[in-house]
Ligand binder design. Structure first.
Ligand code: ADP
Length: 248
């Protein structure tokens, strides 16, 4: 459950007054409409809401992949909205981890080489032991030499989690991390994320799946670019009911 020592400290990420409009004139869409949210250290937050409610916009702005029109995004003491593209790219390589629905592993590289990649990109020489430990932590100690196509979907996603975690990021962003997995593989990936959150990792996850969201500490619900609801410690049934009510 929530680690009270780290959870009471300053948030890992603070999103303040975030607005983002796409297009202009009558066709303009307010994808984010004044979102305020703190993602506390050591907690796992699930972001839910109907299609088009602004989940990706919030995730992308919080992760420094996209610039808001208004508002601030603080990662620790760093305001991401004030950084240039190069600074943002460097920050994303070292202080933020990403896991995507489609795994995004590089097919020509082995699992070990995929996990080592963020370190190489950050100009660090990946130590063998570190890479092995990262793969062991996701239960794939014996799969380091395999290419992604030789692994199941669930195993590939666990490699992706190892790759995201190898730089010890302040926040792990996950975009539908179980969306392409069968029930059993999804559970293994969710167990893994639960374990990293319990060990103090901050996770922000977009999902449509109430089973995945129920593993998080907090669920926030978006509609029309605004946060309209928040549940803490909720079960699958309660989350599903809120979601259905929002989509009605
Ligand atoms: P969600 O992730 O909840 O489906 P998004 O954040 O992707 O929602 O989108 C919110 C709204 O913004 C939607 O109406 C979507 O069509 C619009 N939108 C998102 N990205 C763009 C874009 N690059 N250009 C134009 N409209 C966009």
């Amino acid at each position: 459950m929530i680690n009270t020592l780290t959870a009471t400290a300053a948030p890992a990420i603070s999103v303040q007054g975030l607005s983002r409009t796409y297009g202009s004139g009558p066709a303009a869409v307010r994808a984010a409409d004044g979102i305020d949210i703190d993602f506390r250290r050591g907690t796992w937050t699930a972001v839910m809401g109907p299609s088009g409610s602004g989940k990706s916009t919030l995730l992308h702005c919080a992760a420094g992949l996209e610039k808001p029109d208004h508002g601030r995004v603080l990662l620790g003491d760093t305001d991401l909205t004030l950084l240039g593209d190069d600074e943002l790219a460097a920050l994303r390589r070292t202080r933020i981890g990403f896991v995507f629905q489609s795994f995004n592993l590089i097919g020509s590289l082995t699992a070990e080489q995929n996990v080592a990649l963020p370190l190489r990109l950050a100009g660090r020489r990946p130590e063998r032991g570190l890479i092995r430990d990262a793969l062991a932590a996701v239960g794939l100690a014996d799969r380091g030499r395999n290419k992604p196509r030789e692994l199941s979907g669930g195993q590939q996603q666990r490699v992706a989690v190892a790759r995201a975690m190898v730089t010890r990021p302040e926040v792990l962003f996950a975009d539908e991390p179980t969306g392409a997995l069968d029930t059993r593989s999804a559970r293994a990936v969710l167990d893994l994320l639960r374990g990293t959150a319990d060990a103090g990792q901050t996770i922000v996850m977009v999902t449509h799946d109430p089973i995945a969201a129920a593993r998080a500490d907090v669920v926030v619900f978006l509609r029309d670019g605004r946060i309209v609801d928040r549940l803490a410690g909720a079960g699958i049934r309660e989350i599903t009911d809120r979601l259905v009510a929002l989509e009605a």
